[in-house]
Design a protein around this ligand. Structure first.
Ligand code: TNX
Length: 505
């Protein structure tokens, strides 16, 4: 009783609506008290399973990094009058869709419930944004008060993605894992890997080994390049899956294929292998579309990729095939789609694929031409929204940015945030759109520091566009929540761009 009185007296009336969470949750109801997180707090997993245990240990590790507290994970049912966090699967009663969650914080407990493990994981991310970061507190503390109340939350779009071009410059397994870790913080759930382009082939294909060993041996600027063995690739897929991120592999075709054309002479119409390429021009290469071996190649590559891909999509590129005549491009793209379907996967392709007939469940990735996106919808496809002017993370912030290109636009942080996917293409609305993806092309990006500088903070805005209803979003409000993320960026060691348009705190 005495202990109870003491803790009651020390509680602050904290307002949950004032806590800067990104993406902004659907509903936040404050109850104006606090839960006290300390070494005495236990995390309970009443429905123990491998996935739940992974989420529980993830929470333990992140809370430790953030607060210095080392909490215990218990698989039993929680006792009723104690200080604890509980993660509960409630398949029947939640009603917030496959990725929704409820986070209920009282003076005695923190309860996260969801109908799927993914929902629990998002609830955990929200909780981590509510818990203070110890390094920033002076003096450092051993107990942390967090605001009480209830958050009910679910995303607008089921596809909230990032793309990394590992072809122009190679990023190794550790780099990709770190990128995955950072994306997970903002509830991004797809990472599209651009695995092959003119400058490099980055995935081992056992039936065509030279693709990786020769085609992967350089990169833009002539560096040593690299590739993922199939074992390494599976490691990336697994690491992502533990963070509820699906990897989407892309092999760009029939253009953007110089690395393949350099690796196998028989893929060229003239039977002569091309030289490896380390520049940054686009649109000069093409597979030989009327040669049968080309389709054997595509089939082998897609089969091996599909075998390593638990996710539903294989991306077949299709952009900027400037030296493939349209009358060759169209039948090629139709056969490539057949091949993807024959291996049990759905087709994703850049917006140019809308020139071909499209499979019923194909997805067109709108990056450039609104007319292509609309044509895709008219042919029954769905659209993934990646307009270069808003989402291309390789665009410079302004003319002074030390890295990046600017052919599409300069994209300051407010411009990256201040737009709405359903307002881009008349005739392409919510029902046609699966979500939003932010590509990072790497012609000018060579290492993780540069990657992080281009990605952060713009992708944090994109994450909110993919999750939160447009009626709940505004730059005036977002910029303050974003400004509060700098402590988190610093804790995570992110080399972010400190835009002067954001009120960093
Ligand atoms: C266009 S976006 C490309 C890429 C380049 C990028 C550079 C797209 C589908 N194709 O090949 O890397 O511009 O910003």
């Amino acid at each position: 009783i005495i202990a109870g009185l003491i803790s009651c007296n020390t509680r602050t009336a904290l307002d949950l609506t004032k806590v800067p969470v990104i993406p902004k949750p659907v509903e936040v109801k404050p109850t104006l008290s606090s839960f006290i997180l300390s070494e005495a707090t236990t995390i309970y997993l009443p429905d123990a399973s491998k996935e739940l245990e992974q989420i529980g240990s993830y929470l333990v590790v992140q809370l430790d990094a953030q607060t210095g507290l080392n909490l215990t994970l218990a698989e039993a049912q929680a006792p009723s009058n104690d200080n604890f966090i509980v993660l509960k699967l409630e398949p029947e009663t939640i009603g917030l869709g496959a990725e929704g969650y409820v986070l209920n914080i009282t003076e005695d407990l923190v309860e996260i419930s969801a109908s799927t493990p993914a929902g629990l994981f998002y609830g955990v991310q929200t909780l981590l944004q509510i818990v203070p970061i110890n390094e920033e507190l002076n003096p450092k503390v051993g107990t942390f008060e967090i605001a009480t109340g209830t958050i009910k939350d679910s995303p607008v779009y089921s596809y909230r993605g990032a793309m990394l071009d590992v072809a122009r410059h190679f990023f190794n397994v550790e780099d990709v894992k770190r990128y995955i870790d950072l994306l997970a913080v903002y509830k991004i759930n797809y990472l599209h890997l651009h695995l092959a382009d003119d400058q490099g082939w980055r995935i081992e294909i056992k039936s065509w080994p030279n693709l990786a060993t020769h085609g992967g041996s350089t990169e833009v600027g002539g560096g040593e390049g690299g590739y993922y063995t199939q074992e390494q690739y599976k490691e990336i897929v697994e690491h992502a899956a533990e963070r509820f991120i699906t990897i989407v592999p892309e092999i760009d075709m029939p253009g953007h294929t110089n690395a393949a054309l350099a690796s196998y002479a028989e893929l060229n119409c003239d039977g002569k292998a091309r030289e490896l390429y380390t520049g940054i021009e686009v649109g000069f290469s093409t597979l030989c579309t009327d040669n049968e071996i080309t389709y054997k190649f595509v089939d082998d590559v897609v089969r091996e990729l599909a075998e390593m891909t638990p996710g539903e999509y294989i991306h077949i590129g299709g952009d900027e095939s400037h030296v493939t005549p349209l009358e060759d491009y169209i039948p090629f793209m139709e056969r490539a789609q057949d091949i993807v379907e024959s291996h049990g996967k759905k087709v994703l392709g850049w917006d140019e694929i809308a020139h071909a007939s499209l499979k019923a469940n194909a997805v067109v990735q709108f990056w450039d031409k609104a007319s292509n996106a609309l044509m895709g919808v008219q042919k029954g496809a769905k659209v993934l929204i990646s307009p270069a002017k808003r989402t291309y993370l390789d665009m410079q912030y302004d003319s002074l940015s030390p890295l990046g290109l600017h052919w599409a636009a300069y994209i300051e942080v407010d411009s990256a945030y201040n737009w709405e996917p359903t307002a881009l293409v008349p005739g392409v609305g919510r029902e046609n759109i699966i979500g939003v993806e932010s590509p990072l092309w790497t012609e000018t990006i060579t290492n993780m520091d540069d990657l992080e500088f281009m990605v952060f903070p713009r992708i944090v805005g994109h994450a909110e566009i993919g999750w939160t209803e447009p009626s709940a979003r505004s730059w005036a409000d977002f910029k303050h929540r974003l400004g509060s993320q700098c402590k988190r960026f610093e804790m995570l060691g992110i080399n972010y761009y400190p835009s002067t348009r954001v009120p960093w705190k």
